[in-house]
Design a protein around this ligand. Structure first.
Ligand code: SF4
Ligand code: SF4
Length: 378
């Protein structure tokens, strides 16, 4: 049996690494002249890629360039994580500005029409409700970040396809058994190629929070299960211990064994997501209450949810080292900061995107709150 090959590059310029791994992995087998190609990044919430939470825009740009160089047309599509609005996330991360600069179509999958797709080998759902954009494209490129995940152990190319579900439908997949549901989704929307962003990975309580692990690397593979097995090894797990990977393998989505070509980062034991913790219970309880109220009564608690997210998420925190330069105020995408020394944060507006503490030029002047999650979980 031929093993799928994970092609890896490390320590180079991002666009060059992206081009090399895509070519080595066999992009020409799945993208042809005249094709339309869905590029599906992971923009789960408005947090810049330096936090390890979202796909690096340089990686996305590199993929767009490669697809175009093959005479195909790229389309970028995403539905971000609940409770965030995808349009806010696109704006906060500069995705819409990137799409404009590259003159590439950007699709908010929350507002785009969706339809039911049959699942060939159902694990929990006979049909999955996904974006109908899938019918308009010839191939799909999944662009995950290597992360630990508080429910699914790790998240990668397979789990990333959960973002083809509009946010109003995510309740169904969450309540149907996440591991099984994401395999059902990936059967209806199997990526033809996966490009793994390891420029900054995420360890700990992912996928929305945690601690960044910069590895300065990119990988690609035609087999989404194999590249996720690679993530498992990278982060200190055996693929057989990751339930959705075993299910995905059994459903015929790919292999758990692989070969590596190129200079892969040394595996290291990533800090683990904590499974049963007070903050996780709060997070899951709150999410389910919201889904229930929206679905049954049309009551949208997202503005409250955004504030309640402060129990879990990281808000900016400024120290006496702040010089009042205002760089963070200018960079904030939603004007949540008022200039000062230090700036003041409007927590009802703040998206917890992390841009302000990442642009700050003064060492130790800007960071983030440790939140109730830290108080509860240590
Ligand atoms: S205050 Fe900081 S974390 Fe909040 S939205 Fe603005 S830039 Fe993002
Ligand atoms: S960028 Fe840093 S130093 Fe400048 S105002 Fe913001 S926190 Fe203060």
């Amino acid at each position: 049996m031929t093993l799928p090959t994970i092609c890896v590059r490390k320590g180079g310029l991002v666009p060059i690494m992206v081009r090399e791994v895509m070519e080595a992995a066999g992009v020409r087998e799945v993208v042809a002249e005249g094709d339309v190609v869905l590029v599906k990044p992971n923009f789960v919430r408005p947090a810049v890629s330096a936090t390890g939470v979202t796909t690096n825009l340089e990686v996305v740009e590199g993929i767009v360039d490669v697809v175009r160089s093959l005479g195909a047309t790229p389309v970028i599509g995403e539905s971000c994580g609940v409770p965030f609005r995808t349009a806010d996330v696109f704006s906060a991360l500069g995705v819409d500005a990137l799409a404009k600069k590259l003159d590439v179509r950007l699709v908010d999958l929350d507002t785009y029409p969706a339809k039911d797709y049959e699942v060939p080998r159902p694990q929990t759902l006979d049909t999955v409700h996904l974006t109908s954009l899938l019918d308009e494209v010839d191939s799909v490129i999944s662009v995950p970040v290597a992360k630990t995940h508080n429910v699914t152990t790790i998240t990668g190319a397979v789990k990333n396809m959960h973002g083809t579900v509009p946010d109003t439908e995510k309740w169904r997949t969450h309540l149907s058994g996440v591991n099984e549901a994401i395999v059902d989704i990936a059967q209806a929307a199997r990526p033809d190629l996966s490009v793994l962003d390891m420029t900054t990975c995420l360890e700990g309580h992912g996928p929305m929070t945690g601690d960044p692990v910069p590895l300065d690397a990119v990988a690609a593979c035609l087999d989404p299960v194999a590249i996720d097995a690679f993530i498992a090894h990278l982060t200190g797990y055996e693929p057989e211990d990751v339930r959705h990977l075993v299910l995905a393998h059994d459903a015929g989505l790919g292999q758990l064994e692989y070969a590596v070509e190129g200079d892969a980062p040394e595996p290291r034991r990533f800090a683990r997501a904590r499974f049963i913790t007070p903050s996780l219970l709060i997070q899951q309880y709150w999410t389910r209450v919201q889904y229930f109220l929206v679905r049954r009564f049309g009551i949208d608690l997202r503005s409250i949810n955004k504030n309640a997210g402060g129990l879990i998420l990281q808000y900016p925190r400024f120290t006496a080292k702040c010089t009042g330069c205002g760089d963070c105020v200018d960079a904030c995408p939603v004007d949540a900061l008022t200039k000062g020394e230090p700036p003041r944060t409007d927590s009802s507006t703040c998206l917890c995107c992390g841009i302000c503490w990442n642009v700050c030029p003064v060492e130790g002047a800007a960071g983030y709150t440790r939140s109730l999650r830290w108080l509860l979980d240590g």
